[in-house]
Ligand binder design. Structure first.
Ligand SMILES: [Fe+2]
Length: 235
């Protein structure tokens, strides 16, 4: 299995990211599936990213594209329980009335996230982005974050065995990723696809210090845009 092309990995297969991990980094793996059941694998100690691939229909994708055209300033930031997601979304942004299937899909994701982690409420951000929000490789200081790009360039991430974690944050001395030394070979950068839903395990997950998935926002050229959803613990 090639680690460079995880989006094309066989369905429901756990992919070993390296046959020989560097000793300074704990071994972590990615897993991919074509059903949301793949999310339960995030509970395995050695998994730090679980991806439900191709999770949206073409009509949801089309609604997302239309939103980018018609809702240039779309930014929803709220906490919600799993029961009233669509109502809460529409209360935040009337423009979402034009995207009923997308709203239902978001409600499904909130319900899954709450069930998987036994949460009553989640922090939800739905944002129209025209620039890279977090352009440098980093780890999140959260237990676990759901990330999905409905349309546009999606999140980039690194297998744990190719990262020099001492070069993250201040260790990178302000240098760009391609010269900071955070990654030895740029060919090892992996990228999610639009429509993929990923659970990114963070540094605050129990016993996962030093094992949080290293990731960044994709760079966007002048006319590129993306519609991004993130869900976080909120209890
Ligand atoms: Fe992040």
């Amino acid at each position: 299995m090639s680690v460079e092309t995880p989006s094309h990995a066989p369905k429901s297969e756990v992919v070993a990211l390296s046959p020989k991990a560097e000793p300074e980094n704990p071994v972590r793996k990615a897993c991919f599936g074509d059903q949301p059941a793949i999310f339960t694998d995030i509970y395995q100690d050695n998994i730090n990213i679980a991806v439900w691939q191709n999770a949206i229909s073409s009509s949801i994708s089309e609604e997302a594209k239309q939103l980018l055209k018609n809702a240039a300033n779309l930014k929803v930031v709220m906490t919600t329980d799993a029961d009233n997601v669509v109502e809460n979304l529409l209360e935040q942004s009337a423009e979402l009335n034009a995207a009923p299937e997308l709203c239902q899909h978001i409600a499904l994701l909130v319900d899954m996230f709450c069930t998987l982690f036994e949460l009553k409420r989640v922090g939800l951000r739905l944002t129209h982005l025209t620039h890279a929000m977090c352009p440098k490789f980093h780890v999140d200081k959260v237990p676990c974050r759901l990330v999905t790009t409905f349309t546009g360039n999606a999140t980039e991430w690194l297998p744990n065995n190719v990262v020099d974690r001492t070069k993250l944050g201040f260790g990178g001395k302000g240098l760009p990723d391609n010269s900071s030394g955070v990654i030895r070979d740029l060919n090892h950068i992996n990228q999610l696809a639009a429509g993929d839903v990923a659970l990114l395990k963070g540094e605050s997950w129990y016993n996962n210090e030093g094992g949080g998935i290293v990731h960044r926002s994709p760079s966007l050229s002048d006319n590129e845009q993306r519609l991004l959803l993130t869900l976080d613990f909120s209890d």
